[in-house]
Design a protein around this ligand. Structure first.
Ligand code: G4P
Length: 284
């Protein structure tokens, strides 16, 4: 399957992101814990230069716990503050305050030297589509929202919310675009549902997912469907047969089976699966 994908509106998104970054001290960058590098955009390094960075590995509940720990170590080894979270349940969010302080230590020190005390850290949330930005903003700041927009020095129309005393957050997240030029990245984005399924041939995505799972999580399909191992196409057919996904004439409905498989994977019903692991040469 060819995973080339050219999202529109990205120039506008970039311009908005660059304008917003001027207002802030810290970028809270959300990535998908199942594929932290493939769900990251390296342009953020340039755009966020001189700002603090906190990397939140979201959807940690869907990813392999052992690999999650490796990724945290990977980012920390590169000098970033990193945290595993589940924005949906709120797990991990309590540790954010400490991480924000650590990520902005230099700025806080600088303020102190200039006699500025208790100026809140200003931050924005950023990430590629579907990574959980809105869910995060709602669960982290939802209840304690104090709108503090439209004051001098703040771009008109920008709203700030204050999830805690020493942190102000732009209420709209910065949208980054994925690195869709890379086939392997495109494939992972398709697996997690970050490329509109209408742009893809579902059966082919499902076949690629079966190949990946057979290699890296060989028990996942057997445990869920009782499907024996084998080549991807016969496996997809077997899964369809076992789940009684038939067309009118009695043959297996591969499209429907593929849709079900992808849906099961995306909702964690095949287990906690990581699509990417840190390895040497996996540099940012
Ligand atoms: P975005 O703003 O970055 O585009 O992402 P958004 O918050 O809309 O989240 C995209 C999907 O990811 C939502 O699912 C959301 O519920 C889910 N999600 C966000 N964070 C987590 C997490 O930590 N764990 C899990 N398992 N899911 C998460 P949806 O299917 O679009 O909506 P819904 O059916 O959950 O309401």
């Amino acid at each position: 399957m060819n995973y080339q994908w050219y999202p529109g509106h990205m120039t506008k998104a970039r311009r908005e992101m660059e304008a917003d970054i001027r207002l802030i001290d810290l970028v809270i960058e959300l990535v998908d814990a199942r594929m932290p590098l493939s769900s990251q955009n390296p342009d953020i390094d340039v755009m966020a230069a001189g700002r603090g960075r906190l990397i939140l590995l979201n959807k940690a509940d869907l990813a392999d716990p052992a690999v999650n720990r490796q990724w945290c170590g990977y980012f920390e080894g590169k000098g970033y503050q990193a945290l595993l979270i589940n924005a949906k349940s709120g797990e991990g969010l309590r540790s954010i305050q400490g991480k924000v302080q650590a990520a902005c230590r230099e700025k806080i020190e600088r303020d102190r030297r200039r006699g500025i005390r208790n100026r809140p850290v200003r931050a924005m949330v950023a990430g590629i589509p579907n990574v959980g930005k809105s869910t995060f903003i709602n669960s982290y700041a939802g209840k304690a929202v104090t709108k503090t927009g439209n004051r001098p020095g703040v771009t008109k129309g920008k709203q700030w919310i204050r999830p805690q005393k020493d942190l102000e957050l732009l209420d709209t997240p910065g949208i980054l675009w994925p690195k869709f030029e890379d086939q392997a990245v495109g494939m992972r984005l398709a697996f997690i549902g970050s490329i509109n399924d209408d742009l893809l041939v579902k059966e082919e995505v499902a076949l690629d997912l079966i190949s990946f799972l057979s290699e890296t999580y060989p028990d996942a399909l057997t445990e869920r469907y009782g499907a024996p191992g084998g080549e991807p196409l016969p496996m997809l057919e077997a899964i369809g047969g076992m789940r009684k996904c038939y067309k009118k004439g009695g043959e297996v409905d591969l499209e429907k089976t593929a849709g079900m498989l992808l849906d099961d994977f995306r909702n964690g019903r095949l287990g906690r699966i990581s699509l990417e692991r840190p390895k040497k040469g996996n540099g940012l």
